[in-house]
Design a protein around this ligand. Structure first.
Ligand SMILES: [Zn+2]
Length: 363
């Protein structure tokens, strides 16, 4: 038994022309992109009334479809299948008119996840993600465990595999399932897909052979070096808006010019979230060791009341910090680029200088 959308599409092929015509009108009202192809087919129906109703319905559905600019198209994924969407083409009746629309090539839906430049499959049993995927910046991170648990076994588009933490057995099982549910097109594409494996992960001979024969290059996931953090006492920062106040204290003392290229992170420490301390971290990744020591000396001598200490052994895998910008050089001076993750670092930089830009303040 079929309902709703599926029933209407079946009705388009009904023997009774009135049922067919009504189905065409109802599909026009729904405006679902999945109706486009069945309506185009019905528009070539030998019964003129049905053909005409279907052609009119087709144009109505078409009007309602989202219009996607060319620039956005390359980074759009089907929200259901996780496949790259593409331009589809249908003929209206027997006329020379063709309609072009943007939809999923597998399911013909036009429900999109926007701004996906890369899809990464992650095998990591230390995360217990309830969701199948996480949209992280412009990367869609697919949790393979969750995807199989939720029963989505259709092939999808991915660009990279990262094996972070799994047992030998789990890797074999998950990879066997992934391979089983891939179609030929996806299996062929695997030859160019890199597989990143954490140095702590063990692989069976079967998995090694599979990655070597069917996939692209196998590489080690680099182990992230520890991150440098300046630690503040939240109580002394004042409970309101302590993020910008902490960064203000950082930039009053430490020159952003020395931190060009560094990625900035911020947040309450993991122990703070568990109620064991009450500290806020302003963290830098990518500072050279000399600058790190200089920042530590400056902060130690700063006399800033809320400053507690510096810590150069912070791990972003265990501290729940979020990215809040990258220090960049601009044609006019120094700025914080927040395009990969926004937070308080930039606000703190501006208030540290009384609202003036840093480069106007210090020549
Ligand atoms: Zn789809």
């Amino acid at each position: 038994m079929t309902f709703g959308h599926d029933k209407l599409i079946n009705d388009l092929k009904d023997r009774d022309w009135e049922t067919q015509r009504n189905a065409a009108n109802d599909l026009a009202a729904i405006g679902d992109s999945r109706a486009v192809e069945p309506l185009a087919e019905a528009s070539r129906c030998m019964n003129g009334d049905v053909g005409k109703a279907a052609a009119e319905a087709l144009l109505l559905v078409f009007e309602r479809l989202p219009k996607i600019s060319i620039e956005r198209r390359a980074s759009i994924l089907c929200a259901v299948c996780l496949c790259r969407c593409a331009e589809m083409k249908v003929q209206v009746g027997f006329s020379p008119i063709f309609l072009y629309y943007f939809a999923c090539p597998k399911c013909r839906r036009a429900s999109f996840i926007d701004n996906v430049n890369k899809v990464v499959i992650v095998l990591d049993n230390s995360t217990c993600l309830d969701e199948t995927y996480v949209h992280d910046g412009s990367t869609l991170v697919v949790n393979l465990h969750a995807r199989f648990v939720y029963g989505r076994l259709t092939p999808f588009d991915f660009d990279e595999i990262r094996i972070v933490k799994e047992t030998v057995r789990e890797i074999d099982d998950l990879m066997a399932l992934l391979w089983k549910y891939m179609d030929d097109e996806h299996r062929n594409r695997c030859k160019t897909i890199p597989v990143y494996v954490s140095p702590t992960v063990q692989l069976s001979q079967w998995a090694r052979d599979m990655f070597r024969d069917a996939f692209g290059e196998m590489r080690a996931i680099p182990v992230m070096p520890p991150t440098f953090a300046i630690v503040f006492d939240i109580a002394k920062l004042g409970s309101n808006a302590y993020g910008p106040k902490a960064w203000e204290a950082v930039w009053r003392n430490c020159s952003p010019r020395e931190a060009i290229g560094a990625a900035l992170f911020e947040g309450d420490s993991a122990a703070t979230l568990q109620g064991m301390e009450n500290v806020y971290l302003c963290a830098f990744r990518g500072l050279d060791p000399g600058t790190q020591r200089r920042f530590e000396n400056i902060m130690n001598g700063s006399g800033s009341g809320a400053y507690l200490r510096c810590d150069s052994s912070i791990h972003l895998a265990t501290e729940p910090l979020r990215m809040c910008g990258v220090v960049i050089r601009t044609p006019t001076g120094i700025d914080i680029d927040e395009s990969a993750g926004a937070g308080w670092a930039k606000a703190g930089l501006n208030t540290a200088n009384g609202g003036r830009k840093w480069w106007q303040f210090r020549k």
